[in-house]
Design a protein around this ligand. Sequence first.
Ligand code: ACO
Length: 327
Amino acid sequence: MLRARITGTGSAVPEHVLTNYDLEKLVDTNDEWITTRTGIKERRIAAAGEYTSTFATLAARRALAMAGISPEELDLIILGTVTPDFPFPATACIVQHELGAKHAVAFDLSAACSGFIYGLNMAEAQIRSGMAKKVLVLGAEVLSRVVDFSDRNTCILFGDGSGAVVLEADNGDRGILSTHIFSNGSHWGLLYQPGPGSRNPASVAATIDDKLYYLRMEGNDVFKHAVRAMGDAAVAALEANQIHADQLALLIPHQANRRIIEATGKRIGLPEEKVFVNLHKYGNTSSASIPIALDEANHEGRLKSGDLVLLDAFGGGFTYGSALIKW
Ligand code: ACO
């Protein structure tokens, strides 16, 4: 059976580190509150002149190098982001140009923190159907440009960076076993960026005056939905593949909040040591969080050939989903 197998991973984050202590100087917060409520200690922030495409291109080059393929071999580039370089063209097209991936079709995908899982789903379908053979899937964000650093409810949570994987068609039994993606638009207003867009264009003064360009979140409500949805998505993957959590080598969840991650692990009965966590270093990097974590787990030697690895995400929309991979 034709499968989509991950043959390379890569990631890239900005140099600049913003710690909880740095945030204490900006808003009324403290390291103890942020650590106990979220698990985050620091996050990376893009410098002037660094964009979403900057980190995406670097992550992509690293993933391609690990896979040992040239950019010209790529058929498709799918980039999950909610902080593109521009409203259009797609940041994926800029990455395509930077890489010299001249045979690849390139587009962005907007599914917030689930963008990478949605991208895997699209890549899997393209590869299984024979429409594409080599696909680059990325999550890339510069969330610091849409975060209000005077709002303690949100500015402590987010960070910048990108992660990428190369997927190739493979006739063996390794690769993506299944993807499950879901959307629930009835709560879109709990986590969103009001402008600029067709509702609140940048050309209207209120968009600037009312700071509609900053993301807005009802943290408490989002938290409850995230716990339930990430649990549901994980269970969907296990049930569809008729496997028990005992058989998983690792769960790599979206890195939004340590308490959400712990609740997801508990829901499927997975011990803490089988749940990958790196949000203390990067905060919530939205679509980039899972591929950055996947790349770190890979470099740390935590992914062995034949291991079952579960990816699980939740984000604005709401969107959520999981991917089960035989490494
Ligand atoms: N420092 C100190 N106090 C704070 C801070 C802060 N940075 N932020 C809020 N508080 C205060 C609040 O004002 C409130 O005070 P009050 O009781 O006097 O009103 C108190 O702390 C508790 O606030 P809550 O919002 O109830 O705190 P909660 O435990 O829910 O934690 C948090 C807030 C961390 C935002 C949590 O709700 C959360 O993680 N939500 C999910 C967010 C998330 O995961 N979003 C992303 C998923 S989708 C995506 O990734 C895009």
